[in-house]
Design a protein around this ligand. Sequence first.
Ligand code: AMP
Ligand code: ZN
Ligand code: FE
Ligand code: FE
Length: 275
Amino acid sequence: MFADLHLHTFFSDGTFSPEELADRAHAEGLSALALTDHDSVDGCPRMALACAPHKIEFIPGAELTAEHRDREVHILGYWLDIDSPALLSRLAGFQAVRIERIRGMVERLNQRGIPLVADAVFALANCQSPGRPHVARAMVAQGFCRDYDEAFERFLKKGRPAWVPKARMDVKATIEIIHAAGGVAVLAHPGLYRADFIIPELAAAGLDGLECWHTKHFGGASAAYERMATQLGLIATGGSDCHGMSKGEPLIGRIRLPYAQVVALKARRPTAVVS
Ligand code: AMP
Ligand code: ZN
Ligand code: FE
Ligand code: FE
């Protein structure tokens, strides 16, 4: 039995509906899935319903935008109580900033002679947690860029003219909110930060797991993170980080996490759930 613990739908910046994602997971023979939309749990109820007919175990989750030592890091929360008022109020705060940020990015594009309209981005995003991929897709749809990657390279990447920072919560506070909502906290794609020294620090801050297997971990990276997880007492996890069709072929199925890791991660759930 295999799992994929890192998936996005159109409730954030993925392109698949929960139903499409569940159908593809079934076709790939996966037995357990976590939905980890950016700063949102809105897709979880529909994803749970979509998994049920396939007998796929569903884990409600989210990928939260956090900060440690002035770096953006992503913390995956699993088995979240999606009705937790503390969690929902944090998510609402993130989402409000994301919406303002879209307006800021559009304004910067306008100043550079690109007449994109914020409402076109919101209409395309059609969710509470809009992000740069929606801006990129709107730019391509309206012919302002040739393709998605060009939009990032020329305008949207950090340091480019239309880049605007997001709201980021301190990583310790993020882990605490996840635990208070009955969940477990996992550091997403450690290979993308190029700052492995932060991993022991996050372990000390209460992290439960490390996403050792990810579609952007190449060469010996996964094995090295697996060893690090063992040394630090973290559960080794993995996921594809599939965003649907946004980057050509979908990534679901590329990471097949042995189900034993799901069992080990589940054992880290806080027993006293405070919401
Ligand atoms: P945001 O949450 O608005 O900062 O957007 C982050 C998302 O944008 C990531 O999850 C990726 O899907 C995508 N992304 C980030 N950087 C790039 C890049 N350089 N090229 C293409 N997509 C990117
Ligand atoms: Zn994304
Ligand atoms: Fe991420
Ligand atoms: Fe992700």
